[in-house]
Design a protein. Structure first.
Length: 224
């Protein structure tokens, strides 16, 4: 697969093109957010991340993959740059705007939840892995399909973090599911990346969110 490296406002990112990529075509996009172990200023760390190395093995991986590198302590330190990158993805002429997907693991799982809640109108579906988020704001995801993954024995990010988010989305009338690996600890990403059903599920979702956003927390007397 063809790989290119680019930068936007100091945020370095990798672009991997599908094998059948043709100029003038429109392709589904996965924005992938890595965990704390791939932080730094060396894009080879991203190239060697399990998400890239595992999905490289698929005979046909139809997604345009965009994978930035966190050069700071957390993704939240670079959050505005992440939002700018999403806007850049939307503007690409080879992006299928109805099929932009978001996947993140661990630290990237937290960022995926938050980025989706910040820009819910742009994502067709999200896959947060061993992450968590501000479940009180889950109504923002009422029209964004979610498939979350977590290890039951995770000692780093407790499985309750994913459970709270998925429960909150569904309580608001959303469409969220959670797969818990009973014997897994923190590495719940390897099995997820190796499961082609996850990517088929993504491809089955198209963005219908634009006119149906929800936010129920504008009363300062109740919510501060």
């Amino acid at each position: 697969m063809k790989i290119e490296y680019e930068s936007l406002d100091g945020l370095d990112y990798l672009i991997r093109y599908p094998n059948d990529y043709q100029k003038g075509g429109k392709y589904p996009v996965i924005l992938f957010l890595h965990g704390a172990g791939s932080r730094g200023n060396n894009m080879e760390q991203i190239r060697e991340n399990p998400f890239l190395t595992i999905t490289d093995r698929y005979t046909r991986f139809p997604f345009l993959t965009v994978a930035p590198q966190c050069s700071s302590d957390t993704w939240f330190d670079l959050f505005e740059s992440l939002k700018d990158l999403v806007s850049e993805i939307v503007k690409r002429t080879d992006t299928d705007e109805k099929r932009i997907y978001l996947m993140g693991a661990s630290m990237g799982g937290y960022a995926a939840w938050q980025l989706a809640m910040s820009m819910p109108d742009l994502f067709a579906a999200i896959v947060p892995i061993c992450g968590g988020g501000m479940y009180w704001n889950a109504a923002r995801l009422v029209n964004v399909p979610v498939w979350a993954f977590h290890g039951k024995r995770d000692p780093v990010v407790f499985v309750e973090e994913s459970e709270k988010m998925v429960t909150a989305v569904n309580r608001c009338g959303g469409n969220a599911r959670l797969t818990v690996y009973p014997e897994k600890e923190h590495d719940s990403w390897t099995d997820t990346y190796q499961n082609w059903e996850v990517f088929e599920w993504m491809l089955s979702k198209e963005n219908t969110n634009t006119h149906k956003l929800a936010d129920d927390h504008h009363d300062s007397r109740r919510y501060g």
